[in-house]
Design a protein around this ligand. Structure first.
Ligand code: C6P
Length: 412
């Protein structure tokens, strides 16, 4: 198991390849990260020795698969410091978890005239479920605005969250601006007004220590694939009392207590929310990814990414004709760096970078209301994970300068 954060690239064979005859600098980690050998090995072991359906069989493989799946749940519990493993629901991913809350808690508790408060920097996954719920219920959707620096405006939050607010749903870390929301303060504010708070942890859990009990958050969703698990597995954390009060999300096998011709009763949490055969191997892979992160230490993961931002952000800001979004102070920035080169479409920038072996993302990043707020249609975005190096950062900075030269930006 790797535990020296500066010597981890050896665990990621995919990073050693060349792309377009250049060294690969993989800087699209906000979209999805790469998997270490240890996670792939855990999946292989599961499929080669333990694979079976869970909770149903009494044979040895079924018992082993059930143990592996429930062990993964306990690993998630400890990783985010949930009070109990039954507050951890396995989902398809962050989007699925947020939709679950809107379709169950939201459907049950939002009525005409109620208010739902989100922020303008939300990813569509933490926006559309609330927008559509508000439309269905004739409720009002309100947006917390940003400060000039691109941070969540807490003064505006204090105005927008009122006694009419029933749900506050805010991202923990932005996938565009690279800012972290003061979720603990928001939770206190929401609770003062009798509202519940939902956190979108997609860009937070992989990158920093997260403690759901300390945040006093009611629901918190994230995806495994952004923290090295297979795709198609994610987690919804919810406080047990709230989860127990909610109707099921989907109906079918596994989520029932008793089924009769005319009526049925439901299993206790978390199973009430896990209808049908789940992504068992995905959960096992997520458990292995958590083992890997624990061996590194989440404080070290966060510190390593901060070093990369401390190095890259001032250099990015110093390049003429480059505009960087979000705070310019590296201490206020996660490893997500969104920028534009004057006169160039971000898609052309990303294509040009690919020729230099630099993988970044370009587009609206599933945050169109944020783009509208910033007066943009799209940005380029480089995003770090702990396995990135100063060499990757230099390759990014060189790609910017080369692309500017190629398109004669700043010379005409
Ligand atoms: N953002 C990005 O490149 P899923 O697709 O369910 O794993 O995650 C959705 C999601 C929710 N919230 C935030 C803050 C996110 O960043 C994402 C995924 C990717 O920015 C894909 S659009």
């Amino acid at each position: 198991m790797a535990n020296n954060i500066n010597n981890v690239v050896k665990d990621f064979p995919i990073l050693k390849q060349r792309v377009n005859d250049e060294r690969l600098a993989y800087l699209d980690n906000a979209a999805t990260v790469q998997r270490p050998k240890q996670v792939v090995a855990a999946l292989t072991k599961f499929y080669e020795t333990d694979n079976a359906n869970v909770h149903r069989g009494v044979h040895t493989l079924a018992e082993r698969a059930t143990r592996d799946y429930e062990d993964a749940r306990k690993k998630v519990q400890h990783f985010i410091n949930a009070g109990s493993a039954n507050e951890v629901i396995f989902t398809k991913g962050c989007t699925d978890g947020l939709n679950l809350v809107a379709a169950t808690y939201g459907e049950q508790n939002i009525h005409e005239g109620d208010e739902i408060v989100i922020s303008v920097m939300e990813h569509h996954s933490n926006l559309i479920p609330w927008q559509q719920l508000a439309l269905r219920k004739k409720a009002t959707l309100k947006y917390i605005e940003l400060t000039a620096d691109g941070e969540l405006d807490m003064a505006d939050a204090a105005k927008k969250i009122t006694d009419k607010t029933k749900i506050v749903a805010v991202t923990h870390a932005s996938n565009v601006l690279g800012v972290v929301s003061p979720l603990k303060q928001l939770a206190a504010l929401a609770h003062q007004h009798g509202a519940v708070i939902v956190g979108d942890g997609a860009q937070a859990v992989p990158h920093m220590p997260v403690n759901v009990q300390d945040l006093d958050i009611d629901f918190y969703a994230f995806s495994g694939h952004k923290m090295m698990s297979p795709m198609g597995i994610g987690v919804l954390y919810g406080k047990a009392a709230l989860l127990r009060s909610m109707p099921p999300y989907q109906y079918g096998g596994e989520m029932i207590a008793d089924v009769h011709r005319d009526q049925s009763t439901w299993a206790d949490i978390p199973f009430k929310f896990e209808a049908g055969t789940q992504n068992i191997a995905g959960a096992v892979g997520l458990g292995a990814a958590i083992d890997y992160l624990n061996a590194l230490g989440m404080k070290n993961v966060q510190a390593k990414e901060q070093q990369l931002v401390d190095y890259t952000l001032p250099r990015l800001l110093a390049i003429p004709d480059v505009e960087v979004y979000g705070p310019h102070d590296p201490a206020k920035h996660t490893g997500v760096l969104a920028f534009n080169i004057r006169g160039l479409h971000p898609h052309d920038v990303a294509t040009a970078f690919d020729m230099d072996g630099v993988a970044i993302r370009a587009g609206h990043h599933c945050a169109q209301p944020l783009m509208e707020t910033l007066g943009l249609t799209a940005t380029a975005r480089a995003s770090f994970y702990f396995y990135n190096t100063k060499e990757d950062a230099d390759q990014l900075l060189n790609a910017i300068n080369e692309t500017k030269e190629f398109f004669k930006i700043g010379t005409i």
